[in-house]
Design a protein around this ligand. Structure first.
Ligand SMILES: Nc1ncnc2c1ncn2[C@@H]1O[C@H](COP(=O)(O)OP(=O)(O)OP(=O)(O)O)[C@@H](O)[C@H]1O
Length: 302
């Protein structure tokens, strides 16, 4: 069995107006996982459960081989977390924060911290309360990255950053990717960031995991196929086609498990294939969410 940094098995968490349901999630060590979902999908709740900040109603949460939240202190040194909710002390400067974190975490890497300070263009002496939003986010990231934890859990690390700062943060994450010892889970709304830097992708919608795969094979399995039909009769759904849009004799279908045999099958029905297009992660995410919501609505109606 692969060595896992994170394993969630059948995890449930109930809130008054929201349920996280039967969440299964595995992240092998040394991988970067992009955790994608719309607003309110359950990303932060899942992350809080992973961090041991909240207890699941049922199911098992295992992080770096330890059961959470029970063994939280045992993994503390190896686990780094950053989220917008975490506030730094406004009255203190960055140097004070660095000294504090350094005293708690022996793995602190001074030369890496200096590098980040320079790259993120932060000032050691400036009081945190004077930081802009972007500087605040970058300072938080510096404090967690320079600890060099084995597992980094970042809740929307690039939200609120301008395109330049976003690129800087993404570049740092991409560098971490080369370090086979380290594992990253980061949540994001930004599918372009996830497409660029992650090697595992998990989609969550309305409290359920709707897909979780390695990026390369996943992206490669989706296609949009543009068709010209012999008549205006509705195109019949076939296996591996999850969406059909048709206007007259023109149809656009989406396959989530593309196989060239599907093209042969269309041609045999005198359907002309105008184009077979790859899809980007945003298009895949939207198609996936739409399908999952249709399936759930149908299930609820039955
Ligand atoms: N402590 C809580 N008590 C009650 N409901 C909560 C609590 N925390 C979160 N929720 C609800 O759970 C749902 C999921 O919230 P969560 O913060 O996990 O979503 P998210 O995917 O991180 O969203 P966003 O991208 O908007 O930050 C929301 O409907 C939220 O209102």
């Amino acid at each position: 069995m692969q060595d896992l940094a994170i394993q969630l098995q059948n995890v449930n968490k109930h809130f008054s107006y929201f349920d996280l349901e039967n969440v299964d999630l595995t992240l092998p060590k040394g991988q970067i996982m992009g955790f994608v979902g719309a607003n309110g999908a359950g990303k932060s709740t899942t992350i809080r459960l992973i961090m041991g900040l909240m207890q699941a109603d049922s199911g098992d949460v295992t992080v770096l081989g330890q059961s959470m939240p029970k063994m939280q202190t045992q993994v503390k040194q190896d686990l780094g977390y950053s989220s917008e909710e975490m506030k730094l002390y406004g009255a203190q400067n960055l140097a004070w924060h660095i000294n504090f974190i350094k005293s708690v975490y022996p793995s602190w890497d001074d030369s890496y911290a200096k590098e980040l300070l320079h790259r993120f263009d932060l000032n050691l002496e400036q009081k945190v309360k004077q930081f802009s939003k972007g500087q605040h986010i970058k300072a938080q990231l510096l404090l967690v990255l320079a600890r060099k934890p084995k597992l980094l859990v970042l809740d929307e690390p690039t939200t609120g950053l301008d395109p330049v700062a976003r690129q800087e943060v993404n570049n740092e994450l991409a560098l971490i990717l080369r370090d086979e010892e380290r594992t990253v889970l980061f949540s994001s709304h930004n599918t372009a960031d996830v497409e660029k830097i992650s090697d595992q992708i998990t989609f969550i919608d309305r409290g359920r995991i709707i897909d979780s795969h390695d990026k390369e094979t996943y992206l490669d399995s989706w296609r949009r196929i543009q068709l010209e039909l012999p008549s205006e009769l509705p195109l019949q759904p076939t296996g591996n086609v999850i969406q059909i849009e048709q206007e007259g004799r023109i149809a656009s279908v989406i396959s989530n498990k593309f196989d060239p045999l599907i093209l042969e099958a269309y041609q045999q029905q005198n359907i002309k294939i105008n184009a077979v297009e790859n899809m980007n992660l945003e298009e895949i995410f939207l198609a996936n969410v739409n399908r999952s919501r249709i399936v759930r609505t149908k299930g609820a109606q039955q």
